[in-house]
Every structure is written in structure tokens, then in C-alpha cells.
Design a protein around this ligand. Structure first.
Ligand code: AMP
Length: 362
């Protein structure tokens, strides 16, 4: 069985690593020559909208999935004509546009920060009147890791903020004074079986995820699962879906969703009975889903920009190092470390040790 993946980065690499024990083979379509999934797959080096490349991918594979949400809609349509593509195109169309995503959350009764559409400076002024300041102006599409965002404080110049995000369709969102950021990784198979991982608590640095800690018996788990179930069912979803929330008291405000395996689920490789990568593959192949139960107290620290002293990390008995084979560059995710311990206290102690090995102050 051959799985095609649009995108050949670390998510594709970890999907392949999870798939080989199930006797799956992989073909990635990725424009970069040094794609980090390439050593583990057949690599079609072509642009994501290159119709010849897409044709080759569809011809080679039994089904196709993707590792990022800004996949061109035409590419999905072209692939869909010759091979099943999961998650479904409607999920992609929703997740790639912040306005569509937040509108869906509202339709499903899922709370979000207040938001308004912005098309130009006039609608930005109107949105500021409705939402109030401080607020965040976010591009509707192509924003990730804090890119395409501008915080607006009272007294700030609105035309400058509009210019800063490139004067493209956007939404203005109220700034939430959240207590924590959490995310849920959910999965649904072709035949509708669903499973949910324990919530992860996420800490960001300069808009990029740094630390995800798996929560045990968190009181917000039932609400997060209920919200995720509504989205999975509405979209007739197949595969792994991640939803990020701001937690304020007993409320969860949905911030965004990702129709793919997600960075805040990397802890599941060593920290759960079945990883998010394996469960994504099981879901799209309509195999029974594996248990999402945690096997320990686990947390994942992203390696960003610079490789730390790997001997020190490997010297920690319960640390698991993942390097993606990418060349280091400021702000680039080049690996991660998962720490797994028998108790919450041991996990905190290991994280303290781990942070000392980290070249980025954290
Ligand atoms: P996003 O690209 O929407 O995931 O935003 C990146 C990060 O910016 C989030 O993880 C939050 O830390 C912060 N952020 C985004 N939107 C808001 C908001 N409405 N209120 C407060 N913080 C936000």
C-alpha cells in the first residue's frame, strides 16, 4: 500500500516512520530538493500546483494525505479525481481561512474570541469599534507560527497595522487574557470511529510552539472532546485533526484548527499507546484506531534554530531525541525532544534539566 503526501517536511517524515511497521510505503510531493522526508520516501520534486507532478503522485499512490493546510484547492481537486484524499477537501477549505474556521466554530456552538472580517481600512475601523482594543489583526490565509499577525493597542495607528499585514483580507480578533493555551488531537476513521488524546498544554515563544505537556485528567477534557466531535462530524472528517484553544476559567475559546498531524501531538510518539502519526494512517486506511491513552507523564520541547548538545540530551535516561535532518536556521523547527516520566514531579524535574541543555533561553 502506497501513501502519497503533499509536503515533505518533518510531519511527512514522522508519518513515514510510523507507517513502515505497518508495511506502508510513501511518496512525497515537495518542491525542496533537501526535503527532510525524502530519505524515507520516493520524492517527486515539483511545486504543489504542478499538474504533472500531481498526476504522477496520484498514479503512484493508493491514497493521498497532506502535511500542511495551505495546499492549493485545485491540487486537491485534481488528486481527488484519481485517488481518495484525506482529510476531505471541505476541511482544508475551512482550516486554511481563519474567517471560515471561526464561522464554523460559531455555527457549531463552539466559543471563540470576538472577531470581525476586515477587507480594507474602513472595515478595520468598523471592526475596532465593534471588537474594541487591544486586538489582533490576522491575515485570513497563510498565517502560521505568529506570521501575518499584528497586535493593535489603544492609540496605535490603524493604517500602519493594515500595512504591516500586507493589506490582505483579514480578521480582527479580540485579545484574550487566557490562563493557558491547550490543544486537543482528535482522530476519525473512514468508517466514523473516533478517538481523542488527552489535552496538551502549550507554551509559545515569539509565536512558535516551544513546549507541549500532556495533561492528565484535566477538567476541560470533556468539553474539548465535545467540541472536537462536533467538528469531526460536521466535516465528515477523516484523519487527525488538531484544535487549539485559549482556556479562560471553565471556558475553552477555539483559536484555530489544523487538518493534519500537529506539533502539539508529537509527545504521543513515546507518551501514548499509539502515536498521532500511526492513528492518522490507521484512520485514512479505515483500520481500527489504536488506543490514545497516555503511557506516562510526557512533555515535548521543540528544538528551534540551533541543535543543542545532543550527548547531554541522550545522557538523560528518559529523554527521546528527534532530529529532522534540516539545516539549522533562526526560527526554524529542526527537531524535538520528548521526556517521559512516571510521575508529574519527575517530569518537572527532567524538564528543568532539559532546559539547561537548551541553547535558546527558555
Ligand atoms: P495563531 O497563529 O492564531 O495560532 O496565533 C499564535 C499565537 O498568538 C497563539 O498561540 C497565542 O499565543 C497568540 N494569540 C493569537 N490570537 C490571540 C488572541 N486572540 N488573544 C491572545 N493571544 C492570541
Amino acid at each position: 500500500m502506497k501513501i502519497g503526501i503533499l509536503g515533505g517536511g518533518q510531519l511527512a517524515r514522522m508519518l513515514a516512520l510510523a507507517g513502515y511497521p505497518l508495511s506502508l510505503d510513501f511518496v512525497v510531493l515537495e518542491p525542496a530538493a533537501d526535503a527532510c522526508a525524502a530519505p524515507l520516501s520516493w520524492h517527486i520534486q515539483a511545486a504543489y500546483d504542478d499538474s504533472e507532478g500531481l498526476e504522477r503522485l496520484a498514479a503512484e499512490c493508493d491514497l493521498v494525505t497532506y502535511e500542511f493546510e495551505s495546499v492549493p484547492a485545485d491540487a486537491v481537486q485534481q488528486l481527488g479525481a484519481s485517488a481518495p484524499v484525506y482529510p476531505p477537501a471541505n476541511a482544508l477549505a475551512t482550516a486554511r481561512d481563519r474567517n471560515n474556521e471561526k464561522t464554523l466554530f460559531h455555527e457549531l456552538g463552539i466559543e471563540t474570541a470576538p472577531f470581525a472580517e476586515v477587507h480594507d481600512i474602513q472595515t478595520l475601523r468598523l471592526a475596532v469599534e465593534t471588537i474594541g482594543l487591544p486586538a489582533i489583526l490576522k491575515t485570513r490565509t497563510l498565517g502560521y507560527d505568529g506570521k501575518g499577525q499584528q497586535v493593535i493597542h489603544p492609540g496605535d495607528d490603524l493604517p500602519s497595522a493594515w500595512k504591516a499585514i500586507g493589506e490582505v483580507p483579514a480578521i480582527l480578533e479580540g485579545l484574550v487574557a487566557f490562563e493557558r493555551e491547550v490543544s486537543i488531537i482528535a482522530v476519525r476513521s473512514v468508517s466514523g470511529e473516533m478517538a481523542f488524546y488527552p489535552l496538551a498544554e502549550n507554551v509559545h515563544q515569539q509565536g512558535i510552539l516551544r513546549l507541549s505537556t500532556c495533561l492528565h485528567d484535566d477538567s476541560h477534557q470533556p468539553l474539548a472532546e465535545d467540541y472536537a466531535k462536533r467538528v469531526l462530524e460536521r466535516l465528515d472528517y477523516v484523519g487527525v485533526l488538531a484544535i487549539e484553544f485559549f482556556q479562560v476559567g471553565s471556558h475553552l475559546l477555539a483559536n484555530e484548527m489544523a487538518p493534519r498531524v500537529h506539533n502539539s501531538g508529537h509527545w504521543t510518539i513515546e507518551g501514548a499507546e499509539t502515536s498521532q502519526f500511526e492513528n492518522h494512517l490507521r484512520a485514512i486506511l479505515d483500520l481500527p484506531l489504536g488506543s490514545t491513552a497516555p503511557v506516562a507523564y510526557a512533555a515535548m520541547l521543540n528544538i528551534i534554530g540551533e541543535i543543542p548538545d545532543t550527548r547531554k540530551i541522550l545522557g538523560m535516561k528518559n529523554a527521546h531525541l528527534h532530529l529532522y535532518g534540516k539545516s539549522p536556521r533562526a526560527g526554524r523547527k529542526i527537531g524535538h525532544i520528548t521526556v517521559r516520566e512516571a510521575t508529574a514531579q519527575a517530569l518537572q524535574e527532567s524538564l528543568t534539566l532539559l532546559k539547561e541543555t537548551d541553547p535558546m533561553s527558555f
